[in-house]
Design a protein around this ligand. Structure first.
Ligand code: OOB
Length: 581
């Protein structure tokens, strides 16, 4: 296994093999296998392009040979940052085929994230979409290559004038014999939603991911007749393999790539392509329901709408079947592994109020109290898990791993949940310091670290604040320095200039005299989160500040959440950036 990864213990791995969960699949070999099975049936639809299974396998073989000719070697890490285009699928499988390990990045990632991903993974290559949604990814890639000696090759879609950039189209050569991958080795890296200031990399092996996609595809009863709409970004584990792109292709179905998750685009595609299954986050589901009232699109082909990635309010859940005419499947999942889902034969109550059961009988799920002791059904505690597709360690993160896993290999999810007597999961909240904005996960510590570099900021604490549209928004409490009070707009501009992805920028900021502390002297985020949801006048620990310096008046054009607070801008409803593509 790749250095820096934690393998499953030998006897556990042996058991997973013996029980047929890990069946020795090499993800790189799948496209050819599918081509033999499904021939010219349509594998991928994107805009006017329709790619058959044989064509997909041929393209994967040629692209893999092209990468090898470019000097890509087994074990190389390559950051893959492409939107929902067929090339994402082709490049990912070509890299698997060549034994290289793609690191899936969001198109919304900027220099801050990309630098970290490249450094942590030791990437030798970086695949970018050229200019996408007005942002010049090639320029960013060149900047990164100038900084990072290990980053030797930039591959870009579209036109390029720089000799330092390899046009992705030119990564093409006559197929060559390539060695098979060890199925127990890492196939690719997913990004952790993050609990620490710097995102972690999640190694996913051929065996574990093949098992996940096969299991979920079979639970969903996918056949060659199914059409999956990739409405969210393909690099999201939910879209890529739950059953998503890989599961649908394994079953011989068709994957339709949507440019973004807007109702306009997706409804048109559902009608045109006869989509049977798709997956969205609750924020997108809400948009679709609102749009449904105005749309005459024929959505009758849609059998199942999967919703996951963030808490789904039961009121929203209850509208899905009556208003969209399809079955709702709740999905709780994580890039780290564990997936729970509602099943076709679950009763309405279970579908609306629980996140379903683990997808594999080999998933081990525990709910524990603060001391690590198991709690009975119905009691809320931290969710711990281990199993045949849940990681045993983040990549190159021994110190973090020591905290994130129990000694016997259970992953501490940081989610608070309870189990029903039937074994269904109900997600109740989180211990981890993360804001879930739409489906985007934002580690509070990362934003705080950047805020602290801004002039005039002595201390910063980021908490989620409830929001009807996005579920949660990012609220920053700040302690000023030297009488300086940057406005929210100035802070956002400063963080943007530091290369922080826009979806991580605070939605609101409020200056306070000091931050409340727990008895142990840590910043009391519970108090802050409760305060963020209330009018500022109730913050007793801010009174000193308010007496000292009168709050700045809010801009008259910007309606504020709380009257008394020096909040500088109003929320502008927008899709979570990662969901935009
Ligand atoms: C999915 O994966 P990630 O890695 O972006 O985020 C994982 C975290 C979970 O630990 C949990 O905090 C939250 O997202 N989450 C949910 C949820 N599904 C995920 N919280 C409440 N209700 C849910 N249904 O988000 C992901 C990966 C694969 C499939 C689906 C979602």
């Amino acid at each position: 296994m790749l250095e820096g990864c934690t393998p499953w213990p030998a006897e556990t791995a042996e058991r997973y093999r013996r029980e047929g969960l890990w069946n020795g699949t090499d993800l790189g070999a799948l496209p050819r296998l599918w081509a033999e099975r499904y021939g010219d049936a349509t594998a991928i639809v994107a805009g006017d392009r329709r790619i058959g299974y044989t064509e997909l396998a041929d393209r994967v073989d040629r692209t893999a040979a092209g990468f090898v000719r470019q000097g890509v070697e087994p074990g190389d890490r390559i950051v893959l940052q492409l939107p929902n285009v067929p090339e994402f699928v082709e490049v990912a499988f070509a890299l698997f085929r060549a034994g290289a390990k793609p690191v899936f990045s969001l198109t919304s990632h900027r220099s801050n994230e990309i630098r970290h991903l490249c450094e942590l993974s030791g990437a030798s290559g970086y695949v970018v979409p050229g200019v996408f949604r007005g942002f010049d990814h090639t320029a960013l890639a060149l900047e990164m290559a100038a900084e990072l000696p290990a980053l030797r090759r930039i591959y870009a879609q579209g036109e390029t004038t720089s000799p330092a950039v390899v046009p992705l189209e030119s990564v093409d050569a006559d197929p060559v014999e390539l060695p098979a991958n060890d199925p127990s080795d890492v196939a690719f890296f997913l990004l952790s939603g993050g609990t620490t200031a710097l995102p972690k990399l999640i190694p996913r092996t051929h065996d574990d991911y093949a098992y996940q996609t096969r299991t979920v595809a079979s639970l969903a009863g996918l056949t060659t007749e199914d059409v999956y709409l990739a409405a969210l970004p393909v690099e999201f584990n939910f879209t890529w393999g739950c059953p998503g792109v890989v599961g649908t292709l394994s079953a011989g179905g068709t994957v339709v790539l949507a440019p973004d998750p807007t109702a306009d685009d997706c409804f048109r595609l559902i009608e045109r392509e006869g989509v049977t299954l798709t997956s969205v986050v609750p924020t997108v589901a809400r948009l679709w329901l609102d749009e449904r009232e105005w749309s005459d699109a024929d959505l009758s082909s849609l059998k199942v709408l999967q919703i996951g990635g963030a808490r789904l309010e039961p009121e929203l859940a209850a509208r899905i079947t009556p208003e969209l005419g399809c079955r709702l499947q709740q999905v709780f999942g994580m890039a780290e592994g564990l997936l729970t889902m509602s099943r076709a034969d679950d009763d309405v109550d279970a579908v609306l109020h629980t996140q379903g059961r683990p997808v594999s009988p080999a998933d081990e799920v525990r709910i524990v109290d603060e001391r690590g002791a198991d709690v009975p059904a119905g009691v809320t505690g931290e969710l711990l898990t281990r199993g045949p597709y849940t990681l045993r360690g983040y990549y190159r993160a021994p110190e973090h791993n020591a905290r994130a896993f129990t000694e016997d290999g259970f992953y501490r999810t940081g989610d608070l949940a309870s189990l029903t007597p039937e074994g269904r999961l109900i997600v109740r909240g989180r211990l981890k310091d993360v804001v879930i904005r739409g489906g985007d996960k934002i580690a509070a510590g990362e934003v705080e670290a950047h805020l602290l570099t801004c002039p005039g900021i002595a201390a910063a604490a980021v908490v989620p604040v409830p929001d009807e549209f996005l579920g949660e928004r990012i609220y920053a409490f700040l302690v000023g320095r030297d009488g300086t009070r940057p406005t929210l707009a100035e802070l956002k501009a400063a963080l943007h200039a530091r290369g922080l992805a826009d979806y991580k920028l605070p939605d609101r900021a409020e200056f306070v005299a000091d931050l409340p502390l727990t008895p142990l002297g840590k910043i009391d985020k519970k108090v802050l989160a409760a305060a963020a949801a209330e009018p500022a006048v109730s913050r007793h620990w801010t009174l000193a500040a308010e007496a000292e310096a009168a709050p700045e008046p809010a801009s008259p054009a910007a309606p504020t959440l709380q009257e008394a607070a020096p909040v500088t801008t109003a929320p502008v409803p927008s899709l979570p950036s990662a969901q935009k593509g």
